[in-house]
Design a protein around this ligand. Structure first.
Ligand code: N2P
Length: 360
């Protein structure tokens, strides 16, 4: 069952009327039609666990808490983009037990046989997940993924340094803030922003539309200080960057240190992304990986993660434990959001255009 954009919008919109934790399972009623999940035995718990995640995307206490309780030594490694992570795994990196790909990267890893199906016998806390985040297009039968966090790509800016709130991706084409702006170092986010600016889908495979977004990106590049992803937070806080294309949770993290940082979804719309925990087929410590997944599915652990990251949790039992949980997007916002899909053969066109942008 592929979840179309309209279905995602409808199911996420449905959640708006339901209080988290209060019968959401029954209220949404969307159940997987998949055959019973895999339930292989995995052998005894190993003493080590190697995690590969986006940077600034966990609460450190979650790692130390897991290490203490399970007597497992965790090694934690980070990446800054899907392309960096997928390239590393496809080049044969074999040491990781858990990785956190976004939707289209799950598809890419599955297509190259790099993921192991999950063994649900170790995942007793799966019922804590909101069904909104189950049965999604990148894993329709929920065999390979457990959702980690979700968020939106938008604009973060310094309200004390910029008089007028930016409301459009067009801000990057305007020289007024030249040298004070950054965009994410991310092919899908940068070209996706200019596709939305042109009223097109972030998932287009049409070479002429991809090329047009590339031309916009090259024009905008003249106004950019840099392409910078999560590490841009320090520059926003310092005031060296005034406006950045940024994910909502990273902007919220920065705003804790510099309250003049605001974040908004541009009028043309953007990307709603959902990142997942997956276990590589070559994982050396698969049992520890499953114990960790089940650990983060606890209500209080899920709450600690979202409290630290500023991102939305897919764990509906965690929602009441978060002081300021990220609300599900409004119905109006959902009409302007898309989920990134794998682009198939068109990835080559996107990559070629991105290389032209980066070297322009
Ligand atoms: C990084 C979190 C962003 C993940 N801090 C984007 N999929």
């Amino acid at each position: 069952m592929n979840l179309s954009r309209r279905e995602l919008v409808r199911s996420l919109a449905g959640a708006l009327t339901v209080l988290p934790g209060a019968g959401l399972l029954e209220a949404c009623g969307r159940r997987s039609t998949a055959p019973p999940a895999g339930s292989e035995e995995l052998g005894p718990l190993e003493g080590e666990l190697n995690i590969y995640n986006w940077s600034d995307y966990i609460a450190p206490s979650v790692l130390s808490g897991f290490e203490r309780e399970f007597q497992v030594k965790v090694t934690y490694d980070t990446f800054e983009s899907s392309e960096e992570m997928v390239a590393k795994l496809q080049a044969g990196a074999r040491g990781y037990d858990l990785v956190v790909p976004t939707t289209y990267a799950v598809t890419a890893l599955l297509a190259t046989g790099l993921l192991a199906p999950l063994s649900k016998r170790y995942l007793s806390n799966l019922g804590h997940l909101s069904p909104l985040f189950r049965g999604l297009a990148h894993d329709p039968a929920d065999r390979f993924t457990v959702p980690w966090q979700w968020g939106i790509t938008g604009l973060a800016w310094r309200t004390d340094l910029i008089a007028k709130a930016p409301g459009s991706w067009a801000v990057f084409l305007d020289a007024a803030l030249s040298g004070k702006m950054t965009m994410l170092d991310d092919v899908r986010d940068v070209l996706g922003a200019f596709l939305r600016y042109r009223g097109q889908s972030i998932n287009t495979t049409d070479p002429s539309l991809i090329a047009a977004a590339g031309r916009d990106a090259i024009a905008a590049k003249a106004n950019l200080k840099a392409y910078l992803s999560a590490p841009v937070k320090a520059q926003l806080i310092a005031g060296d960057v005034w406006l950045a294309q940024l994910w909502n949770g990273d902007a919220a993290q920065a705003a804790r240190e510099q309250p003049a940082i605001a974040w908004a979804l541009p009028s043309e719309g953007s990307t709603l992304w959902i990142d997942s925990l997956v276990v590589p087929a070559a994982a050396p410590h698969p049992r520890a990986a499953h114990e960790f997944i089940n650990y983060v599915l606890r209500s209080e652990v899920g709450a600690a993660i979202s409290t630290a990251t500023g991102y939305g949790t897919p764990n509906h039992s965690a929602m009441p434990l978060i002081a300021a949980p990220v609300p599900y997007p409004s119905q109006e916002a959902l009409t302007r959001l898309e989920v990134q899909k794998d682009l198939g053969r068109a990835s080559e066109t996107w990559d070629r255009v991105w290389t032209e942008v980066k070297s322009a």
